[in-house]
Design a protein around this ligand. Structure first.
Ligand code: 3HC
Length: 311
């Protein structure tokens, strides 16, 4: 019987149709999805911190309102994604516990500091730009709830990216100091943004199986290349230089050649030794602990309501 279910699963994947939560699925498929979706959800939630630091210091009411809305969107993305993980049988409280205990990962990119307001613009332009490159294909991921969550997430991410570009183009039309601040932020975020796509294909243990299951639709290196090709003309239009002496158009390939990120840095950041890892997780832990009374009150209220409904 299980063999028949497996065949049906393989057939659904081969026909490029969606697997839904109640369908039979191999344990490894479920485990891989929970891992990836949880990591993705944690990234959205931790990702609120670097930019959130600028909400009280944004230079105008307009910039403050935009930043507030963007950070709030990231919270919403995290919640959609935790819900998608729940459809696979994961428990949200358990996922949060794993994050704050350091047993589950979140994106390396959110372990870098944001010392200037230009970082807010560069995160939106480069980091959200990389997120879009990675996530648009995930709208066709084989697991229904994940793919559907990605549709809305990507629409909001593309708004985020545009506002970042608009912020940077305003600063680039400003003073020499503002232009230098933008260039400094680009210099700091470029390589970490390339690392967001994960290790090179040869060192990516999950890619082959995730591609076969159509959870991932492209490899890490394919998406990294797509991001570079997309970003180079935008950098030229902005008037900033991307900090890679090897970056050039390759006529033969019809793509850009570019240098190699420092993979040992990615490894260090993923394993907890990035510039802000300790601070990010400590803050998430404190927020979780400070919120314990809200969860208790909500559970007590739900229990009272349920008891009333039974009366
Ligand atoms: N940061 C942290 N961990 C990373 C990583 C990164 N940049 N790149 C890879 N890893 C981890 C993987 O999770 C995997 O962990 P494991 O030990 O649990 O197996 C390990 O390194 C090996 O990497 P693989 O390439 O084999 O892993 P995957 O096949 O899962 O590919 C991925 C990694 C491309 C990040 C993939 O998981 C993915 O596409 N995830 C969905 C998108 C996502 O999570 N994005 C995070 C950023 S969200 C964001 O940017 C928010 C926005 O608001 C800006």
């Amino acid at each position: 019987f299980e063999l028949r279910l497996h065949e049906q699963f393989d057939d659904t994947i081969a026909r490029d149709q969606r697997i839904e939560p109640r369908d039979w699925m191999p344990d490894g498929y479920r485990r891989t999805l929970i891992r990836q979706i949880a990591q993705h959800a944690h990234s959205e939630i931790i990702g609120m911190q670097p930019e959130g630091e600028w909400i009280t210091r944004a230079p105008s009411l307009r910039r403050k309102a935009i930043l507030f809305a963007k950070v709030q969107d990231e919270a919403g993305h995290g919640l959609y994604l935790y819900s998608a993980a729940e459809t696979l049988g994961a428990d949200r409280a358990d996922l949060t516990q794993r994050l704050i205990d350091g047993r589950q990962k979140y994106s390396s990119i959110f372990n870098y500091p944001t010392p200037t307001f230009a970082d807010v613009g560069v995160i939106a332009w480069l980091v959200d730009g990389a997120a879009i490159c990675n996530q648009v294909p995930l709208c066709r991921s084989s697991f229904g709830p994940y793919a559907r969550a990605m549709v809305r997430v990507c629409k909001e991410e593309s708004f985020h990216q545009r506002q970042g570009y608009e912020l940077l183009s305003t600063m680039m039309r400003g003073t020499d100091h503002q232009r230098a601040t933008v260039q400094d932020a680009v210099d700091r975020w470029w390589w970490p943004s390339l690392m967001m796509f994960g290790p090179p294909d040869g060192d990516s243990p999950n890619s082959e199986q995730s591609m076969a299951w159509r959870i991932k639709r492209h490899t890490n290196d394919e998406l990294r290349q797509r991001f570079v090709d997309m970003t180079v003309p935008q950098a030229a239009a902005l008037g900033v230089t991307l900090p890679d002496p090897e970056l050039r158009w390759n006529e033969e390939r019809g793509r850009h050649d570019f240098g190699t990120p420092d993979w040992s840095e990615l490894h260090r950041v993923i394993t907890g030794d990035g510039p802000c890892n300790t601070e990010r997780v400590a803050r998430r832990r404190a927020a979780h602990e400070d919120g314990a009374w809200v969860r208790e009150a909500a559970s007590a209220h739900a229990a009272t309501q349920a008891a009333r409904a039974r009366e």
